[in-house]
Design a protein around this ligand. Structure first.
Ligand SMILES: Nc1ncnc2c1ncn2[C@@H]1O[C@H](COP(=O)(O)OP(=O)(O)OP(=O)(O)O)[C@@H](O)[C@H]1O
Length: 369
């Protein structure tokens, strides 16, 4: 603050508003120069402190997450891990697809762990949770005063991931205007903080994930084709748990062990009939649902051995929200459920329904299943 009025109120106000010094006219050149240099240095170090604070916050978040251990031995999982190992050491952009709870985030972490960037951060952004208005400031950062709440300069996730990996989760939830903004940054490999005109180069490895069918979204005009090609150098599709039932028993044992030790309970055994029940269930929520099921069983059950009754599955969402009005609707629902349970095996489904295989087949035609 440079002024001819040396009033205390004015000085206090100026300092409150962020002035580093208060200089009265007439000034001495040498002193003025020293003050300006000090102010510039102070500004630089404040910026650096801000950047370090952001990085520290992200590191803390990372540390809070448990290290991931990929459990399973199914041929499909083994194949997946082989591809992950090959791809991880390259800088290729990776798109991970799969239903909810299949392990997309876990595989993104594995890609980072096995990459040449593993000394740097993996920065995760849940695209579904970022609002339209905050998108740019979250991803690209902002300068002080760029908008009402921007009290301090802040780096965005792109800059935080510099030299490391940026994981964009739920990429299919991004609106078309935001897709354009993201594409521009990926093409130029530079970001501009909101309110600034300075471009900052960024060096990131990009991993994206979605449970949606992006190809279909491209055909429907809901996802930009150019963005799809850019994020999709390598596409890894993680199969749902019901398509790799060989993983269920080891995952179940793994979670039993984990939660027994977390809740200080004796390690229980899994009876053969209980395991059968787990292996024959469709797991619409995939590994996450299995994990929660085992956690609940560890907390609630008392015996040394877990029995089928220790596992109560939630009814499928479709049957809880859709209540059939007619006998036909009810029949169709039962057929769908039986086919889902038996993974499309007609003989097994017909057997369970108590009808002949041919009858089931005729009914499937009738209901267009
Ligand atoms: N093979 C596995 N071994 C051990 N834990 C697993 C495995 N697969 C998934 N998990 C665990 O299941 C939970 C869900 O996995 P994750 O969050 O990676 O799934 P996701 O596909 O990203 O889910 P969403 O699409 O809902 O975000 C996590 O706690 C994860 O650690």
């Amino acid at each position: 603050m440079l002024t001819a009025y040396g009033e205390v109120d004015l000085a206090v106000n100026a300092l409150k508003m962020g002035a580093t010094d208060f200089i009265l006219k007439p000034w001495e050149n040498e002193k003025l120069l020293a003050t300006v240099i000090t102010a510039a240095k102070l500004h630089q170090s404040k910026k650096e402190v801000g950047r370090l604070k952001d990085t520290e916050r992200m590191l803390r978040n990372e540390l809070r997450k448990e290290p991931c251990l990929i459990v399973g031995h199914s041929p499909k999982l083994m194949e997946l891990l082989k591809i992950i190992r090959k791809v991880a050491v390259t800088d290729a952009n990776v798109l991970l697809t799969g239903e909810n709870g299949t392990g997309k985030e876990m595989f993104a972490r594995e890609l980072q762990r096995l990459s040449l960037r593993n000394n740097e951060l993996l920065v995760t952004v849940d695209m579904g949770a970022v609002s339209e208005t905050l998108f740019e400031s979250e991803l690209f950062g902002h300068v002080k005063g760029a908008f009402t709440d921007a009290r301090n300069e802040r780096q965005g996730k792109f800059e935080a991931a510099h030299k490391g990996t940026l994981f964009l989760d739920e990429i299919g939830n991004l609106s078309l205007p935001l897709q354009a903004k993201l594409l521009a940054v990926l093409q130029s490999r530079t970001v501009v903080r909101v309110g600034s005109n300075k471009t900052t180069p960024i060096d990131i490895r990009l991993v994206c994930a979605t449970n949606r069918n992006l190809e279909q979204m491209v055909s429907d005009g809901m996802f930009r084709e150019d963005l799809f090609f850019r994020i999709n150098t390598i596409h890894i599709d993680i199969p749902p748990l019901r398509e790799r039932p060989e993983d269920i028993s080891c995952l179940a044992e793994f979670f039993l062990e984990k939660y027994a030790s977390r809740y200080g309970k004796p390690r229980q055994l899994l009876s053969k009939s209980a395991l059968d029940k787990l292996e024959n269930y469709g797991w619409p929520g995939n590994v996450r649902e299995l994990q929660h099921t085992m956690e609940k069983a560890v907390i609630l059950s008392e015996g040394k051995q877990l029995a089928p009754d220790d596992f109560l599955f939630k009814p499928a969402v479709s049957s809880s929200i859709f209540f059939p009005d007619t006998i036909d609707e009810m029949e169709k629902l039962m057929l769908e459920k039986a086919l889902e349970r038996h993974k499309g095996n007609l003989s097994a489904a017909a057997d369970k329904l108590g009808i002949a295989r041919q009858t089931l087949y005729n009914k499937m035609k009738k209901y267009n299943l």
